[in-house]
Design a protein around this ligand. Structure first.
Ligand SMILES: Cc1cc2nc3c(=O)[nH]c(=O)nc-3n(C[C@H](O)[C@H](O)[C@H](O)COP(=O)(O)OP(=O)(O)OC[C@H]3O[C@@H](n4cnc5c(N)ncnc54)[C@H](O)[C@@H]3O)c2cc1C
Length: 458
């Protein structure tokens, strides 16, 4: 991806005047941005992906989304849907003059249906708002970006996070979706029925579609019981092989295990140097396992698991938040050294140790000055490989890591999606026949081909 400078990004040609006026008639002049106010919408969270937009359009409801898409379809204007812009693969920012359709104003949150344990939320509602919707109920997906990441964006990426082990990813929370096709047609199936075998499950198809099939405008989502007094423990271990062994034991022995996360001394040291965090344990360890569990008996099981290992335990909310911060601040770590390259991969459980211990060497073989920080969701076979590159980012880092992951039988995207970052390497994880079906599905949903061009096969 060739990236224009910040100044260039703001000075590219605008929309045809007639279309601009039509858009203004739909959403109002203050919600069709074509000036410096587009700046925050054309660059991603890492600062690595920056494009330019012909306009940023901010509809407030489904009817306005329909009207905007119908206009763009008729004028063949490509559209990039955008939620909270926390995506990490460059899929939610424009590349070359697309119109950014910002869904943040679709933020209506319906009443919680206590009996069904469900709620209907607009695409712009954040995951933090969902988690706060009811005192006894919680939202099943928890990610560090929850205060900005939206319902629409997390469905479009099928976000995972730290509770997949217990609740599954975003796809597993969906009980219905309302979405708009590129020609303005509304698909709506928000009944919330848990059992509903009446044909193709397109809400599930939209999960992970990265804005290429339709624009999500609303979702019916399941809620889960709020955890009662969960316990968090951070254990220090001599290495990643020992850490993985203990995580597997925790999965089998700790009742009510909610999360099993890891980070290493490399990332922690960077955070300790650059933030107000203080060391979690009396002595440094090479690898750290964070476990959260909630059921009766969890504390005893965690104590037995820890044995003589150094451990910090958090009971109350403040203590738990203090311990979680060590893991939750890891996405920032590489950014203290350079604009980071974030490669999010997964492998079968039996290959996890190999991946986690060797991926640093795989990267430094192609970029000897690079710093590599690994952390992530150990229970899901998921490693976030964050790289502070020293050499030019010309594909060599991705090539090395993704080829290695494929050789281990893994996936080049565990939970962030393909986006612009990984598009060239999709054949490592998907066959030609699979990619052909992707393209046909895409053409069926979006025959005009205007939704998020450049992301996933067309
Ligand atoms: C600090 C940090 C921690 C993170 N941790 C995790 C983690 O643990 N697990 C994880 O899975 N992700 C994680 N992420 C990544 C990110 O938060 C998720 O990908 C999230 O789902 C993106 O939501 P968003 O609203 O910001 O979407 P955006 O970034 O705006 O968009 C993401 C994609 O969805 C599409 N899209 C957005 N809205 C819609 C819509 N309404 N309809 C159709 N398509 C749409 C976009 O075109 C784009 O392709 C993290 C990010 C950060 C910054």
């Amino acid at each position: 991806m060739v990236l224009p400078s910040a100044e260039e990004s703001l000075s590219r040609p605008s929309l045809p005047a007639g279309l601009r006026q039509d858009l203004v008639d739909v959403v109002g002049a203050e919600h069709v941005l074509t000036d410096s106010r587009t700046a925050g919408y054309v660059v991603d969270w890492t600062g690595r992906y920056r494009g330019f937009a012909s306009a940023v359009v901010r509809p407030r409801d489904t009817a306005e989304v329909c009207a905007v898409l119908a206009l763009c379809s008729a004028a063949a204007i490509p559209v990039v849907p955008q939620g909270g812009n926390t995506g990490l693969v460059g899929g939610g920012v424009p590349r070359a003059g697309e119109l950014v359709l910002s869904l943040g104003r679709l933020d209506s949150l319906g009443p919680v249906d206590r009996a069904a344990m469900q709620v209907t939320a607009g695409a712009g509602v954040t995951l933090a708002q969902l988690a706060d919707a009811h005192p006894d109920l919680d939202f099943g997906v928890a990610i560090t970006s929850r205060h900005s990441a939206t319902v629409g964006g997390t469905i479009a990426t099928n976000a995972g996070g730290v509770r997949v082990l217990r609740n599954g990813p975003m796809r597993a929370q969906i009980r219905g979706v309302e979405a708009v096709l590129s020609d303005g047609t509304v698909l709506s199936h928000l009944s919330g029925l848990t059992k509903d075998n009446t044909g193709y499950d397109y809400p599930s198809l939209l999960a992970g579609s990265e804005g290429t099939l339709a624009v999500v405008t609303k979702a019916r989502l399941r809620l889960v019981p709020r955890l009662r007094d969960p316990i968090v423990a951070v254990l220090g271990l001599p290495g990643l092989a020992e850490l993985h062994g203990l995580a597997i034991r925790a999965l089998q022995e700790v009742p009510g295990l909610v999360s099993a996360e890891f980070f290493t001394r490399t990332g922690l040291d960077i955070l300790l140097r650059n933030t107000d965090l203080t060391p979690p344990l009396d002595a440094p360890a090479e690898a750290y396992l964070l476990l959260e569990a909630s059921d009766a008996g969890a504390l005893e099981a965690l104590a037995e698991l820890a044995g003589n290992l150094p451990v910090a335990v958090g009971h109350g909310a403040a203590d738990r938040a203090r311990l979680w911060a060590y893991r939750e601040r890891h996405p920032e770590a590489a950014g203290f050294l350079a604009p980071p390259l974030k490669l999010d991969v997964s492998v079968p459980a039996g290959r996890w140790v190999e991946l986690a211990t060797s991926v640093g060497d795989v990267v430094t073989a192609v970029d000897p000055g690079a710093r590599v920080i690994t952390f992530g969701h150990v229970a899901d076979g998921n490693v976030h490989v964050n790289i502070a590159p020293a050499a030019e980012v010309d594909g060599r880092h991705q090539d090395a890591v993704f080829s290695y992951v494929a050789s281990l039988g893994g996936s080049i995207s565990a939970e962030h999606g393909i986006g612009a970052l990984k598009a060239d390497w999709l054949p490592l994880s998907r066959t030609a026949a699979e990619r052909e079906i992707f393209a046909r599905v895409r053409a069926a949903f979006d025959p005009a081909g205007i939704l998020n061009p450049g992301i996933l096969p067309r």
